[in-house]
Design a protein around this ligand. Structure first.
Ligand code: ZN
Ligand code: ZN
Ligand code: ZN
Length: 255
């Protein structure tokens, strides 16, 4: 199983437009962060978590040829606004399965009303096969490719993280409910939200992320959804062993 982090930045991306801070003006490629997304390749399938607002650029950068499914965490703009750009994949390979919880489907149908209620003739539309996920209800995309939706809380909004065998991806959260902690034992690798050092009402910050890591004890952890407050090289010194700031293009291989 291979995971490629296509984006690791907070909702504005890094650099942030018009900002002259040390991170936004850094030459280190690890300080350039597109909006968060991960590509999971396993059992001959390519599965994307979130069609970020940078999806087109990310797909071109990684040389994406096809997708077999899209898993949605939640419907904030940075996670879903690239959905229209699945069209070239639809033209070649047909409709694409999109998995999201009921709350996210309500928002997707509203934000992308033109997909579901076409109002004019002509022009290609995204072709979406809707699947609704439930927290804790695992499903298989292929033999040996099991996906478990894990509910986490993002401020007040319940959003979905995903576990794939012994890898889990949890972005945009401020709290992991006890029932979800139980779904996250025995992980080889965990990619988890860590916006910055200072507390935030809807995201984890470093101390809080490290608290969850101490409880979950994954073998390796990578921090994502990173704001410009964090400069990769400078702030790597703040992390304990086995924990790293993620960066765009990072590949993680798991059994
Ligand atoms: Zn986000
Ligand atoms: Zn900045
Ligand atoms: Zn969000």
């Amino acid at each position: 199983m291979k995971f490629t982090l296509l984006g690791t930045g907070t909702s504005t991306g890094v650099p942030s437009i018009g900002c002259d801070c040390e991170t936004c003006t850094s030459d280190d490629p690890r300080d350039k962060r597109l909006r968060v997304s991960v590509l999971v390749e396993h059992a001959g399938l390519s599965v994307l978590v979130d069609t970020s607002s940078d999806f087109r650029q990310q797909a071109l950068r990684v040389g994406l040829r096809r997708l077999d499914a899209v898993l949605v965490t939640h419907c904030h703009a940075d996670h879903i606004f690239g959905l229209d750009d699945i069209r070239p994949l639809n033209f070649r390979h047909g409709a694409l399965g999109v998995y999201a919880n009921a709350r996210a489907w309500k928002d997707i149908r509203r934000i992308f009303q033109y997909i579901f209620e076409p109002s004019h003739y002509g022009g290609g539309l995204p072709q979406v096969l809707a699947h609704t996920v439930e927290p804790g209800a695992s499903f298989c995309l292929a033999p040996g490719f099991e996906v478990t939706p894990v509910e986490v809380i993002h401020g007040r909004l319940p959003v979905i993280g995903y576990r794939f065998n012994d890898f889990a991806y949890l972005t945009d959260l401020s709290e992991i409910p006890p029932a979800s902690l139980e779904l996250l034992g025995g992980l080889d690798a965990l990619v988890i939200d860590c916006l910055r050092l200072k507390p935030h009402p809807t995201h984890l910050w470093l101390d809080k992320t490290l608290e969850y890591l101490a409880a979950l004890r994954p073998r390796r952890a990578y921090l994502t959804h990173i704001a410009h407050d964090i400069k990769h090289a400078r702030d790597s010194a703040l992390l304990p062993g086995g924990v790293e700031w993620a960066y765009d293009g990072l590949e993680i291989s798991s059994q």
